[in-house]
Design a protein around this ligand. Structure first.
Ligand code: SIN
Length: 280
């Protein structure tokens, strides 16, 4: 079977067919998928209908599991979390703000896999914003403003006991486990070179980024707010439409992502793994 890669025609993303992810993959196919992942940043594999075993095997083939804090894994698995919303759930949507998964870690995950378990008939798109394009579209003067900044990341606004998924978050069907560990901070360059392609792009955004090293907090937040508007500009976006049986793979080092609603009255469940940082 030859891999077929059809670009989305949007700012990133491609649909990949000609591969059966229910089978173990040979090294050449893994290399081709990895190359497409680096080129397109988001890959959608339709009609796969993967089991949790298949999802784990694919994640291992792509680089192995990342470490997922603040979530209880699904029963019987150590590395799969459920992104779930019941049909009648009233809690605020999970992951509705732009982010790059676990960017507050020392070695954040290179990628994330989301496997469709139950897809609503309408809504529930996942949006991606290509951060290489967001960087490239700036003038040299604008780039100079951001080029050498060091961002301070933390999970505190989301996962600390007083964060948005903390004690005040009621009625959520997802098994989120807030903790004081979320108070820790970690720095990363605001515009790193991608460790595999060398291409620069903004890494993460306001939310997991809570400040800028050496900058007064009010100035840092003002800068990050302005930058967040830019990072999520329509011209950088790929709107991913889910289909039953689809697996999605993205590169956290190239894109931001966020969830969307619009499926009230319908259940939605996806199983998620993260792919550990590429260590060469
Ligand atoms: C996530 O950010 O992990 C979830 C995205 C989605 O639910 O579409």
């Amino acid at each position: 079977m030859a891999l077929e890669i059809a670009p989305s025609g949007q700012a990133c993303g491609a649909r990949v067919t000609g591969v059966d992810l229910k089978q173990p993959l040979d090294p050449q196919t893994i290399a081709e998928i990895r190359a497409a992942w680096l080129d397109h940043h988001v890959l959608a594999f339709p009609d796969q209908f993967l089991s949790d075993d298949d999802l784990e095997r694919f994640t291992i083939a792509m680089g192995g599991f990342g470490h997922d804090p603040f979530f209880a894994p699904i029963p019987g698995r150590s590395n799969i979390a459920a992104i779930r919303r019941e049909a009648d759930e009233q809690s605020p949507l999970f992951a509705e703000n732009w982010h790059s998964d676990w960017s507050f870690q020392l070695f954040p995950p290179a990628g994330t896999c989301l496997n469709a378990v139950e897809i609503p008939p309408i809504g529930g798109d996942t949006l991606f914003a290509n951060q290489h394009l967001a960087w490239d579209a700036l003038s040299a003067d604008q780039q100079a403003r951001y080029a050498d900044l060091i961002a301070i990341h933390s999970a505190r606004l989301a996962y600390a006991p007083d964060g948005s998924y903390g004690a005040k978050d009621k009625g959520r069907s997802m098994d989120i486990r807030p903790s004081d560990e979320a108070l820790a901070t970690q720095t990363h360059p605001l515009v790193p070179a991608h460790p595999e392609t060398g291409r620069r792009g903004f890494y993460s955004t306001l939310g997991y980024i809570i400040g800028i090293e050496g900058m007064a907090q009010d100035s840092a937040i003002a800068l990050l707010l302005e930058l967040q508007q830019w990072q999520g500009d329509a011209r950088f976006i790929y709107t991913h439409k889910w289909e039953p049986g689809m697996l999605l793979l993205w590169d956290n080092r190239s894109v931001l992502h966020c969830a969307t609603g619009g499926y009230e009255g319908h259940r939605r469940e996806l199983h998620r793994t993260t792919i550990s940082a590429f260590t060469g």
